[in-house]
Design a protein around this ligand. Structure first.
Ligand SMILES: O=C(O)CCC(=O)C(=O)O
Ligand SMILES: [Fe+2]
Length: 334
C-alpha cells in the first residue's frame, strides 16, 4: 500500500495538480478560531440563554463549533479511540476482511475520490450503526475483539449527545423541540473512521477533498492532536485547533435545509501532515421529514429549497457531477 513505505514514490493517483494541502490557508496570526460551545453552560439555567445564542450564531455563521463539557462518558470515548487505532494498525489483510465492495459504502478501504478520479490520502472504515435492524455486522470488524462493543456503546452516546444538542438548537430556532427531534429520531447513524498517514510531500496530496456533509449533523472526535481539518469561511481555509477533549460539531446539508437556510453546511477538507498520522472518529446523524428533505414547516413559510425524496437526495449528493465549490442542496434552491 502507498502509505506503508515512506521511501516509495507517491503514486500518481494520489497527486493533485491543484488543490493539494498546500493551497492558501490563513496565517497563524490572522486565523479565526471556531466558536466554542459549553454544554455545562447550556444545561445551567443561569447561563443558558447566552450559550444558546452562541450555539445559534456558530451554526449560522460558521456551520461548525467545538463542544466542551459535553458529558459523554470518558471511558466510552477512550475505548472507541483505542480500538480505532488498534484496527488501523492491523495488517492490511485483516482490515480487508471487512473491505468495501464495488459500488458499496460500508466497509474498509478508500471511500472518497475527487471528480478527477484522484484518491484521498486516507484509509477509512464506514459502518451504519442505526437503525439497529439495519446493521450489517459483516462490515463490523471482529478485531480488535472489543471493537464491536465499543462502536455499539459509542453509537448510543452520540445519539444521546445529538438529542441534547437538538433541544438547544430548537430553542435557538424558536421551534418545538419535538419537531426537530422527530426529524432525526429513528434515522440512520453512520460511522466514518479515518486514518490519514503522514506523507513526505503533503502539499501534493489531500486527506479529504473539500466537501460539505450530506447528513443532518456531524460529530467529530480527534483521536490524537495532529492538525488537519480546515474549514472554509469567507473564501479562506481556517485550520481547526482541537481543544483537548472537545467534539467538533458541524451542520450537514440536511440540517441546513430543515432550518430553511438559517444554519449553514460549509465546506471543509483535511490536510495531511509530513511527520505525523491523524485519526478521527466521525459520526453522521441523518434526518428527514416523512421521507422528504425539506424545511421544517415552522421555519419554511417561504421555503428556500424544494422538497425532494430521500433516495433522490442521496443520489444527487453522491453523484460526481458537481463542480468545485458547489453543493447539491444549492441545486434545490428556489
Ligand atoms: O477527519 C476529519 O477531520 C474530517 C472528516 C470529514 O470531513 C468527514 O468524514 O466528512
Ligand atoms: Fe466532512
Amino acid at each position: 500500500m502507498a502509505f506503508a513505505d515512506p521511501h516509495l514514490q507517491i503514486p500518481d493517483r494520489y497527486i493533485r495538480a491543484v488543490g493539494g494541502s498546500g493551497v492558501v490557508v490563513v496565517g497563524d496570526g490572522e486565523s479565526l478560531e471556531l466558536p466554542v460551545v459549553d454544554m455545562a453552560r447550556l444545561l445551567d439555567p443561569e447561563h443558558r440563554e447566552a450559550e444558546v445564542a452562541l450555539l445559534g450564531s456558530a451554526c449560522r455563521s460558521w456551520g461548525f463549533f467545538q463542544l466542551i463539557n459535553h458529558g459523554v462518558d470518558e471511558a466510552v470515548i477512550q475505548k472507541m479511540k483505542d480500538n480505532t487505532v488498534q484496527f488501523f494498525e492491523l495488517p492490511l489483510e485483516d482490515k480487508n476482511t471487512v473491505a468495501v465492495r464495488p459500488g458499496g459504502i460500508e466497509g474498509f478501504g478508500h471511500h472518497f475520490r475527487s471528480s478527477a478520479g484522484k484518491l484521498d490520502w486516507a484509509e477509512n472504515l464506514m459502518v451504519e450503526t442505526q437503525p439497529f435492524q439495519q446493521r450489517n455486522l459483516e462490515f463490523w470488524p471482529s478485531k480488535p475483539p472489543t471493537f464491536r462493543d465499543s462502536i455499539d456503546k459509542y453509537a448510543m452516546e452520540m445519539w444521546n449527545l445529538t438529542t441534547r444538542l437538538l433541544r438547544f438548537m430548537a430553542s435557538d430556532l424558536g421551534v418545538e423541540q419535538e419537531t426537530l427531534l422527530a426529524a432525526f429520531r429513528g434515522k440512520r447513524q453512520t460511522f466514518g473512521l479515518h486514518r490519514y498517514p503522514p506523507c513526505r510531500h503533503p502539499e501534493k496530496v489531500i486527506g479529504i477533498s473539500p466537501h460539505s456533509d450530506g447528513f443532518g449533523l456531524t460529530l467529530l472526535l480527534q483521536v490524537n492532536d495532529t492538525l488537519g481539518l480546515q474549514v472554509s469561511k469567507d473564501g479562506r481555509w481556517h485550520p481547526v485547533r482541537p481543544l483537548p477533549g472537545a467534539f467538533i460539531v458541524n451542520v450537514g446539508e440536511i440540517l441546513e435545509v430543515l432550518t430553511n437556510g438559517r444554519y449553514k453546511s460549509v465546506f471543509h477538507r483535511v490536510a495531511v501532515d509530513a511527520e505525523r498520522g491523524r485519526v478521527t472518529v466521525v459520526v453522521f446523524q441523518d434526518a428527514c421529514i416523512n421521507g422528504l428533505v425539506k424545511p421544517l414547516p415552522e421555519l419554511g413559510e417561504t421555503p428556500q429549497y424544494r422538497a425532494i425524496g430521500k433516495s433522490e437526495y442521496f443520489k444527487g449528493h453522491t453523484a460526481e457531477v458537481l463542480g468545485q465549490g458547489e453543493r447539491f442542496i444549492d441545486t434545490l434552491k428556489k
